[in-house]
Write a protein that binds this ligand. Structure first.
Ligand SMILES: Nc1ncnc2c1ncn2[C@@H]1O[C@H](COP(=O)(O)OP(=O)(O)OP(=O)(O)O)[C@@H](O)[C@H]1O
Length: 245
C-alpha cells in the first residue's frame, strides 16, 4: 500500500475560457503521507479550496494526476468518483450541513444508509462517544451548540472509516473554546488512530495543531513549515499577504 494517502502530481486547474481564464492551481505537486495532519494556508484566492476539491475528487484538474491510496482519480468515471468519495474520503466543512430533522445518531448513520449499508447502532454510538457526544445521541441540531454540531459532522465523516479526512475551515464558524475542542479531536485522531487529515484554514492557531503547514500563493506551493507555532505561522502569512503598491 502507498505510504501517501493522497498524491498530486503537476496538478493544474483552470477556470473559464481563454479570454477570462483563471489558473487556480498551477502545476502543484504535493503528497499527504498517511497518519499526518497537514494544514493548507494562503491568501484569499490562492487556490486552497481548489486544491482540496481536486485532492478529494470533488473537482477534476485540467491536467496532472491525483492518486488516493494508489487509485488514480483522473481515469475514474463520475460513478467511480462518487463511490470513492463516499467510501474512502471524509469531509467536514465550515457549515455543519447536518439535516435538521434528524437526531445526532441519525445524521451520523446517514452516509452508511446512502451507501446502502445497514448502520450498526453500537458503531454509530461509539463514534459519537469518540467526539464526546455519547450523551447527545437523540438531540437534533437545533438543540446543540455550534461546537457540538461540528462534532456530529466529524462523527458523520468518520463513520465510514475514511482513508483521508478533508476539512475546509472546520473552525471558521466556532468560538475559540469550541474551536479548540474540535482541533484537539482532529489532533487526537491523527495521533491515536493514525488518521490522515488535510485542513484548509485561515487561522494560524488552528494551523499550529497540524504537523506541517503548506503555503499556497497564486496557485503554487510557496514553502511549508513543520511543527511551527501560531506566531511563526502568522509571521509567514504576513509576508505572503503583502499587496504590492
Ligand atoms: N468556479 C469557479 N469559476 C471561476 N473561477 C473560480 C472558480 N472557483 C475558484 N475560482 C478562482 O480560482 C482562484 C482560487 O480560488 P479558491 O477558492 O481555490 O481560493 P482560496 O484560496 O480557497 O480562497 P479563499 O481563501 O478566499 O476561500 C480564485 O481566483 C477564484 O476566483
Amino acid at each position: 500500500m502507498s505510504e501517501d494517502a493522497i498524491r498530486l502530481r503537476s496538478v493544474t486547474r483552470r477556470y473559464g475560457s481563454d479570454g477570462t481564464s483563471v489558473t487556480a492551481l498551477d502545476e502543484v505537486s504535493i503528497a499527504f503521507p498517511r497518519g499526518t495532519f497537514t494544514a493548507v494556508m494562503g491568501p484569499s484566492g490562492s487556490g486552497k479550496s481548489t486544491l482540496l476539491q481536486c485532492a478529494a475528487g470533488l473537482d477534476r484538474p485540467t491536467s496532472g494526476s491525483v492518486t488516493v491510496g494508489g487509485t488514480e482519480l483522473t481515469g475514474l468515471s463520475e460513478t467511480g468518483l462518487t463511490l470513492l468519495r463516499r467510501e474512502r474520503i471524509g469531509f467536514v466543512f465550515q457549515a455543519f450541513n447536518l439535516l435538521p430533522s434528524l437526531t445526532a445518531e441519525q445524521n451520523v448513520a446517514l452516509p452508511l444508509r446512502l451507501a446502502g449499508r445497514r448502520p450498526r447502532r453500537d458503531r454509530v454510538r461509539e463514534v459519537l462517544r469518540q467526539v464526546g457526544l455519547g450523551d447527545r445521541i437523540r438531540h437534533r441540531p437545533a438543540e446543540m451548540s455550534g461546537g457540538q454540531q461540528q462534532r456530529v459532522a466529524l462523527a458523520r465523516a468518520l463513520i465510514t472509516r475514511p482513508e483521508v479526512l478533508f476539512c475546509d475551515e472546520p473552525t471558521g464558524a466556532l468560538d475559540s473554546r469550541s474551536s479548540r475542542e474540535v482541533l484537539a479531536l482532529l489532533r487526537g485522531m491523527v495521533e491515536r488512530e493514525g488518521h490522515t487529515v488535510v485542513m484548509v484554514s485561515h487561522d494560524p492557531v488552528a494551523a499550529s495543531c497540524a504537523d506541517r503547514v503548506v503555503f499556497l500563493v497564486d496557485g503554487r506551493v510557496h514553502g511549508e513549515l513543520a511543527g511551527a507555532s501560531a506566531e511563526d505561522i502568522a509571521a509567514r502569512m504576513a509576508t505572503l499577504e503583502v499587496v504590492p503598491c
